[in-house]
Design a binder for this molecule. Structure first.
Ligand code: PLP
Length: 396
């Protein structure tokens, strides 16, 4: 699908629909007159096939306890195999209501209280919240920038893993907010490090369908033909890809049978989160018939990225923009044009934009903003004009 058709057919007004991103502005930012480009969901309806499948299911009218049909596994496994070469097996798979919920559950069964868990900052802030809420020790390794590109600092990781006896690493692949799609070599290096240091890896692959650049996505499951699988739990969901977050359905993939038993035992104590009926109906339809929709969405995001990058860097050559290899989240360094500690006030109060501020992702993010590109070109144009105007007035 081309991007004009996509926007015309799928763009939707979300204000006054109880959308956190639009109707939760006051609660988060203390103002409701901001243009929201924060929460990672989009202003687009799900694919038509998804809506039709849900309507059909709703019209049936009875919502008693339900099972996951064989067709669900077929649709999801075919999607993963045909697009990424990932071989999945039904017995590896468990369902959750969301990736963050599953992350918490997995950390609970993989580690004990006070055990150390590592993240690579700047990173999606619920990782830190989940680790700390579970009374685990948070160990931070900052990504480093080499020639303007974020890379993992493996030496720093090794040293901190040993110094803190880290038990688990939470990997974000692709990486929110810096937009990296890790290469096979990078993934192999970090998985090998974790194997040597006896550190389990939780790979959050929720953004894996949102590949914007040329580098293909490779799952941690596929590295060296599955060599690291025994050490690995993978989390993913159709929610970012198809804008289904509120439908509460996600995947936990545990190839190692011993780890899986431990997961099952732990989840039994919680009386098992198992996804949701309508979430599964939606996901099955999306995996079966959503590819063309996704191609259109990716074109919109790419065009939005190009627009923002061109306009901002033309107006202010000192603004640095990370390449968007994956995700629909743009990571922008404003520290070349404005003091780091003035970014929040300027963006919120002068430009009237609600974005994710860089320091939410860790101290390394101070001076950055994360802009959500999963919206209409019209919103993006408004946001860029407002940001440029505010920065110019500041400099005048
Ligand atoms: C890396 C990452 N993991 C998880 C989530 C949220 O997943 P869920 O809504 O399934 O908890 C997000 C949402 O932005 C994300 O960026």
């Amino acid at each position: 699908m081309d991007k004009e058709t996509f926007v015309k057919e799928y763009a939707v007004e979300r204000q006054n629909t109880d959308a956190v991103k639009w109707d939760g502005l006051e609660a988060e930012f203390g103002a409701s007159d901001l243009l929201p480009l924060w929460v990672a969901d989009t202003e687009f309806k799900a694919p038509k096939a998804v809506l039709e499948a849900m309507v059909k299911r709703v019209e049936h009218g009875a919502f008693g306890y339900s099972m996951t049909p064989a067709a669900y596994f077929d649709a999801y496994f075919t999607w993963q195999k045909e697009r990424y070469g990932i071989e999945l097996h039904k017995d590896w798979l468990r369902f959750g209501t969301g990736v963050v919920q599953s992350l918490s559950t997995v950390i609970q069964f993989l580690t004990e209280e006070n055990d150390a868990v590592m993240v690579m900052q700047p990173v999606y802030y619920p990782f830190m919240r989940v680790i700390e809420n579970n009374h685990r020790k948070l160990v931070i390794s900052n990504l480093k920038q080499v020639d303007g590109k974020y890379v993992m600092d493996l030496e720093d990781m090794r040293q901190k893993m040993e110094a803190n006896q880290v038990r688990t690493l939470v990997l974000c692949s692709p990486h929110n907010p810096v937009g990296r799609v890790w290469s096979e070599a990078e993934l192999e290096a970090v998985l090998e490090l974790c194997r040597q240091e006896q550190v389990h890896v939780i790979s959050d692959e929720i953004h894996h369908d949102l590949i914007m650049g040329k580098r293909p996505f490779v799952s941690a499951l596929s590295i060296k033909d599955g060599y690291y699988r025994d050490n690995l739990v993978v989390l993913d969901a159709p929610s970012k890809t198809f804008n289904l977050a509120a439908l509460q359905n996600s995947h936990v993939i545990i190839p190692n049978p011993q780890l899986r038993d431990r997961y099952d035992e732990h989840v039994a104590k919680l009386s098992s989160p198992a996804g949701s009926l309508l979430g599964k109906v939606a996901a099955q339809a999306a995996y079966s018939e959503g590819a063309d929709w996704l191609a259109g969405f990716i074109k919109v995001v790419q065009a939005n990225f190009d627009y923002v990058k061109t306009k901002l860097t033309q107006a202010f050559p000192a603004i640095k923009v990370s390449d968007l290899e994956g995700t629909y989240l743009m990571w922008i360094d404003l520290s070349g044009v404005i003091a780091k500690d003035e970014v929040t006030d300027l963006v919120k109060k002068q430009a009237k934009l609600a974005v994710d501020f860089g320091d939410w992702f860790g101290q390394a993010g101070l001076g950055f903003i994360r802009l959500n590109l999963g919206t209409t070109p019209a919103n993006i144009e408004k946001a860029v004009a407002a940001l440029i105007k505010a920065l110019k007035e500041k400099q005048a």
